[in-house]
Design a protein around this ligand. Structure first.
Ligand SMILES: [Zn+2]
Ligand SMILES: [Zn+2]
Length: 320
């Protein structure tokens, strides 16, 4: 294969599709607020600490991609609120897998007071990602990736550029997706992590796969090293430096899986999902379910409430 053709080959997948929408920190903060029960514009601004213009822009985008709908709740004066569609409710496993990661690796101690209650079993619950078929907890080491490559025609931009966002004005009151939003909300970082899960681990391989500018790649690798999500493996020369995921990085796996499942269910472009996963312990094609740590039933949006110091924050019964 010529070098020229090589340049036009990307590893297209549903993770990319999903990151087109959620690989953006302000969007993730809005989604976090939504799961906490927020539906109105001014409340989104207060909870996220984002600039009004940013909130307005991202809500519009979420409407445009079919995740939110604007509904009138008062005619005099005219007032709207935002309601999640089925597509947005389909992101619930993603939200829970991000929360799962925060419970394990999140840094801020004040979050300890935030609890998730499973209404069905009435227990305080921790979301546990599991294999739908055999119900074993998921570990990336147990999953085989079967990857195909697809060609992207000239002129088709596989991945849109977006401004770097540093638009959060103040600390959020309640932060569910705190550190994980920095990682998944930056699509380049998320793509690097995805490469490492698919065993592309050298600078060159990651660069070729993602088509990232080398200075951007260097910067993101530095950032991920500083967050201890990745580590360097020993190499003879720095030119051939290789990277691996630490345990903290490995635990992002359910988040990647949720992105992939959501992206393949709601494709937004012409690219077909090109990765299939096999759960080695049971031999099944992998599908994830997020189970309650107390009763092992699947956690569904309608059956979960968030409580802070014993006060209920949200009841997602009305979601959708
Ligand atoms: Zn299984
Ligand atoms: Zn339960």
């Amino acid at each position: 294969m010529s070098q020229n053709t090589d340049k036009q080959i990307h590893r297209a997948s549903s993770v990319w599709t999903a990151l087109e929408i959620v690989g953006d920190k302000p969007t993730l903060l809005l989604l976090e607020s939504y799961w906490l029960g927020i539906r109105r514009f001014s409340d989104f601004c207060t909870q996220t600490g984002l600039l009004k213009t940013v909130v307005s822009d991202r809500l519009k985008k979420l409407i445009a991609v079919g995740c939110l709908q604007k509904k009138t709740y008062s005619t005099k004066p005219l007032r709207y609120e935002y309601r999640g569609t089925e597509k947005l409710l389909g992101m619930y496993p993603l939200a829970l897998s991000m929360l799962y990661w925060e419970y394990q690796w999140g840094q801020r101690p004040e979050k300890i007071n935030l609890q998730l209650t499973h209404k069905n079993c009435r227990n305080i619950s921790t979301p546990i990602p599991k294999c739908l078929a055999c119900r074993a907890p998921l570990h990336s080491r147990d999953v085989d990736w079967v990857i195909e490559r697809v060609e992207i025609q000239d002129g088709v931009k596989p991945y849109s550029r977006r401004r770097k966002s540093n638009l959060v004005l103040k600390q959020r009151q309640i932060a569910l997706f705190d550190e994980i939003a920095d990682v998944i909300g930056d699509r380049w970082s998320a793509l690097i992590i995805r490469c490492l899960f698919t065993r592309l681990n050298s600078f060159q391989a990651i660069q070729q796969d993602t088509q990232m500018a080398t200075n951007v790649l260097s910067e993101r690798l530095r950032l991920l090293l500083a967050k201890q999500i990745i580590a360097k493996t020993k190499q003879l020369s720095s030119r051939h430096m290789r990277y691996k995921l630490t345990q903290k990085g490995q635990d992002i796996y359910p988040v990647m899986l949720a992105l992939m499942e959501w992206g393949s269910r709601w494709p937004t472009d012409h690219l077909d999902p090109t990765i299939s996963l096999v759960h080695r312990p049971c031999g099944c094609r992998l599908k994830m379910r997020i189970a309650c740590s107390a009763c092992d039933q699947e956690l569904l949006p309608k059956e979960v409430t968030f409580t802070l110091d014993g006060t209920s924050l949200s009841d997602t019964e009305s979601a959708g």
